[in-house]
Design a protein around this ligand. Structure first.
Ligand code: GDP
Ligand code: MG
Length: 163
């Protein structure tokens, strides 16, 4: 069985962009605004001789009204249940939000192996800007840039390491 990596995080942090990097495909719709990807998407990727499956999340019907957060939470839960490793994506530029805390709390409770990744960190890879994310209580923070392809190889190495 190929290991399954699930990308979770609040809208607009760059999950679908990372999905495309990890799968070298255009399966997920990359939105210039939050929430265009309407369904979970599955893709396949390979690094060296290691193959893996990636699940993108974040889709919900735009007209779901008050159901939006519920639907997002449901998708996250399903993806986490299917995953061997969870990649929790936060926004290095946007900083921590209440939703990040909620997701972190959920992930700590579930106890699946989780990698905390601060995306959009191009130009600040050595910076201290990401230190606030240690607050989430999920261990080390890995700075990456999905859009610029920085830190992706290291991320896959770390994600597949325990498997
Ligand atoms: P999702 O809602 O989490 O799936 O986020 P998307 O992948 O749709 O990306 C949301 C926005 O962030 C888009 O405008 C992307 O171009 C942008 N984005 C994604 N990755 C990066 C990155 O590494 N750096 C920067 N500066 N922008 C990014
Ligand atoms: Mg998306």
């Amino acid at each position: 069985m190929k290991p399954v990596l699930a990308l979770v995080g609040r809208p607009n942090v760059g999950k679908s962009t990372l999905f495309n990097r990890l799968t070298k495909s255009r399966d997920a719709i990359v939105a210039d605004f939050a929430g265009l990807t309407r369904d979970r998407h599955y893709g396949q990727g390979k690094q060296g001789k290691h193959e893996y499956i990636v699940i993108d999340t974040g889709g919900f019907e735009p007209d779901a009204g008050s159901g939006i957060y519920k639907e997002m939470a449901k998708q996250t839960q399903q993806a986490v249940a299917e995953a061997d490793v969870v990649i929790f994506v936060v926004d290095a530029r946007g900083g921590l939000s209440a939703q990040d805390h909620d997701i972190a709390k959920y992930l700590r409770r579930v106890g699946k192996p989780t990698l905390l990744v601060a995306n959009k960190a191009e130009g600040m890879l050595q910076g201290i800007q990401i230190s606030e994310f240690y607050e989430l209580g999920l261990g080390d923070v890995l700075a990456i840039s999905a859009a610029h392809g920085q830190g992706i190889r290291g991320l896959v190495d770390l994600a597949l390491e325990p498997l």
